[in-house]
Design a protein around this ligand. Structure first.
Ligand SMILES: [Zn+2]
Ligand SMILES: [Zn+2]
Length: 266
């Protein structure tokens, strides 16, 4: 099992760091986590065609994590295949998918007119999940776990387990005991890393930020306590410098560290 970082950015447009997205590959199975801006193109750059993905997981309903879901749905349909496929996410994901399909219905109906064989609308099975086992596919277990991302009700991280590897994706979260429990001893932890002091959005009440995101200083402690094999940072601001992030994270964490870049495979 391996994971590719499709996008390591956040809502601020950054050509070097697309919006959040990850491809977990195990044998013939492809799993996508989050569908941020630019992720469908990144997916193809990483060697995964949309119609080769049957299971897509959304961590939480902030737009930077789902903004290209419509693009993915349309591309997957255009590439072919009317077999059912699956989207997993928190409560509200069903309404979102229904609305996206309605928005794109006129486009899809025009495309249906030029098909040699009749086609239906995308055949998506939506799963509104809670913490626990979300899916088990070809020997890969995918577990959703609760994280803490103020003010959201149901943000998730995901744990992927195969017979030989455990990969954990934090989603967006502040330092979180439940994440440390689920990530403990994992081979790879891909964790968000937001330098609050570089956040250029003057209307945000920054008093909430420590309850929503993890600074590199605090990520250092999370990684130390989780005793993982490898820490990979993601969800980074355009002004965050990799060298500076490394120096800060290494203050309390002595293990293996990668400052994530788009299209890295681990
Ligand atoms: Zn985010
Ligand atoms: Zn978020």
């Amino acid at each position: 099992m391996q994971v590719s970082l499709l996008g390591t950015g956040l809502p601020f447009p950054n050509p070097k760091r697309r919006g959040p997205g990850y491809a977990v590959r195990a044998g013939a199975s492809n799993f996508i986590v989050d569908c941020g801006s630019g992720i469908v193109a990144r997916m193809v750059e990483a060697g995964v065609r949309p119609d080769e993905v049957d299971h897509l997981f959304i961590t939480h309903l902030h737009s930077d994590h789902y903004i290209d879901l419509g693009h993915f749905i349309i591309c997957r349909w255009i590439y072919g295949g009317d077999a059912p496929w699956h989207i997993y996410g928190p409560a509200g994901i069903r309404t979102m998918v229904d609305r996206l399909l309605e928005m794109h219905r006129p486009d899809l109906e025009m495309r249906m007119k030029i098909r040699k064989t009749p086609r239906g609308m995308p055949n998506i099975v939506v799963h509104e999940i809670d913490q626990g086992l979300a899916a088990e596919v070809d020997g890969v277990r995918v577990t959703a776990f609760d994280v803490e991302h103020y003010p959201l009700d149901q943000p998730f991280g995901y744990l992927f387990e195969s017979k030989d590897r455990r990969i954990v994706l934090s989603g967006d979260t502040c330092p979180c005991e439940n994440l440390i429990r689920h990530a403990h001893g994992a081979d790879v932890l891909i964790h968000e890393c937001v330098q609050y002091d570089k956040w250029k959005a003057p209307d945000i009440d920054k008093g909430h930020t420590p309850h929503a995101h993890t600074s590199p200083e605090r990520l250092s402690l999370v990684a130390r306590d989780a005793e993982i094999g490898l820490l990979v940072t993601t969800h980074m601001l355009p002004d965050s410098e990799p060298r500076e992030l490394s120096e800060i994270i290494r203050r309390d964490y002595a293990g293996a560290l990668v400052i994530g870049e788009d299209l890295m495979t681990l």
